[in-house]
Write a protein that binds this ligand. Structure first.
Ligand code: ADP
Ligand code: MG
Length: 463
């Protein structure tokens, strides 16, 4: 049995201090297996479920290895979507906060390529991005990869699913052959094996199985419905299962829009997430969902994949996913960390076989209660009242704003109680702060009439 103690790792003491500060008490199983191995510089294939701490598993060895004096890219992390790339950047910046002068750059679409090129020009130690944008920088000769030592392919199966194979192949050609390559994937179809064969050397395979009875705390409910009554059934499901954090999964973005509109018509605050949204809108929706300002999120799988959302009470499968693994991913977002959760699936007459498969795989019996008919007309909007409200600030990291400055502006000189202030997220050019519903007006006025770190910003209550 490997030690789960971070201090058993042969890494820089600052890194061990940081994980302590972040409140990580011990390593997760994938970290305990992968970190010591990656520290040896060898190639690795890793698999473990979403939320098991894979980012830190590769980030800590990378941070340990980076030479800050060399202002060239030494580690490159490739992710399937912007969201995932941004999450990796956030986690790596957190873990690297004692590395003075460390520069981590996101290379994703939806942000200006020119600005990225300028940052690359100034020097970057770690780059994290999506295949298309990275390749674009390579093609335009804006990126220097001669000092690259570590390559990470994060959620590799998803990248193949999304059709990034050609891009990955093309950009691999540009990387130094002598490097360490780590590949993380939830599944191992032939495509992944061939990717590994082509680009890794004797990789060690580390698979962390889910614990027995993993889904025991997730109640899985199925309601039968006909396609033409689906929307109405959904509304009744929401009445029956009021919750402060619900994700409704659909297979297509048109359905996402349709449902979000139908819920909004019933005066419930709802957000939607699919591949066609602007980066800024996605960021806003995810922030608001995470910080408690949005009780319901309607999403496609791709848009929601890998999102680090904790304490989800309810997952609704409006459409059945086509793959069993997707079902497991979806319902795995609830019932985390010993909390109980509910998954509701709307099933049509033709879904019987699929349901049997899902039931078998999750090892839990489905419940099939009948759905009540009460209050046909609408949702009880009070049951879905968000606990928080998000305030947007027109300044961010580039304006030298830090979370502490915003907290200070809100709570200083007889201001809000600290307990009324929730998550604060500072982006490059804007920031979001969550405040308790009851304190939102007060917070808004304070920020609008006052200054933050001596500067005036535009303040907005986000809807
Ligand atoms: P994965 O990539 O496996 O889906 P992440 O790397 O996104 O998971 O981690 C999920 C969450 O767990 C993040 O919020 C991260 O900060 C947190 N985390 C990572 N390692 C630990 C740890 N050892 N102890 C507690 N929390 C951790
Ligand atoms: Mg991850």
């Amino acid at each position: 049995m490997k030690s789960l103690d971070f201090s058993s790792l042969e890494i820089a003491p600052e890194l061990i201090a940081v994980v302590k500060e972040l409140g990580y008490e011990q390593m997760t199983p994938i970290q305990a297996e992968a970190i010591p191995y990656l520290l040896t510089g060898k190639d690795l294939i890793g698999q473990s479920k979403t939320g098991s701490g894979k980012t830190a598993a590769f980030a800590l060895p990378i941070l340990n290895k980076i030479d800050l004096e060399i202002e060239n890219i030494q580690a490159l992390v490739i992710c399937p979507t912007r969201e995932l790339a941004n999450q990796v950047v956030t986690e790596m910046r957190k873990l690297g906060r004692k590395h003075e002068g460390l520069k981590i750059l996101a290379l994703t679409g939806g942000q200006s390529g020119r600005e990225q090129a300028q940052s690359l020009e100034k020097g970057v130690h770690i780059a994290v991005g999506t295949p298309g944008r990275i390749l674009d920088h390579i093609t335009r000769e804006r990126i220097e990869l001669g000092d690259l030592q570590v390559l990470v392919l994060d959620e590799a199966d998803k990248m193949l699913e999304m059709g990034f194979e050609q891009e990955i192949k093309a950009l691999m050609k540009e990387l130094p052959v002598k490097r360490q390559t780590a590949l993380f994937s939830a599944t191992f179809p032939e495509g992944i094996q061939s990717l590994s064969r082509s680009y890794q050397r004797n990789p060690m395979k580390i698979i962390v199985e889910e614990a027995e009875g993993q889904s025991a705390s997730i109640q899985q409910v199925v309601y039968d419905t006909e396609p033409e009554h689906k929307l109405e059934t959904l509304m009744r499901v929401l009445q029956q299962h009021p919750s402060k954090s619900t994700i409704i999964f659909c297979n297509m973005k048109n359905t996402v829009n349709e449902i979000a509109e139908a819920i909004a018509e019933r005066d419930v605050v709802v957000g939607s997430l699919h591949g066609d949204l602007e980066q800024r809108d996605r960021d806003r929706v995810m922030t608001m969902f995470r910080n408690g300002s949005l009780p319901i999120l309607v999403a496609t799988d791709v848009a929601a994949r890998g999102l680090d959302i904790e304490n989800l009470e309810l997952v609704v499968n409006y459409d059945l996913p086509n793959q069993t693994e997707t079902y497991v991913h979806r319902i795995g977002r609830t019932g985390r960390a010993g909390k109980s959760g509910t998954s509701v699936t709307l099933a049509g007459p033709r879904d019987t076989m699929k349901l049997l498969e899902f039931e078998k795989l999750t090892g839990g019996a489905f419940e099939r209660p009948t759905l009540g008919f009460k209050n046909q007309l609408g949702l009880n909007k009070f049951a879905f009242q968000p606990t928080m409200q998000t305030i947007g600030i027109s300044g961010g990291r580039k304006d030298k704003l830090r979370p502490g400055d915003i907290l200070g502006a809100l709570t200083g000189s007889d201001g809000l109680k600290g307990s009324d202030v929730g998550k604060i997220e500072v982006h490059d050019r804007y920031a979001y702060v969550a405040v308790a519903q009851g304190a939102a007006k007060d917070a808004f006025e304070r920020l609008r009439n006052g200054k933050i770190k001596g500067q005036k910003f535009q303040i907005k209550i986000m809807k």
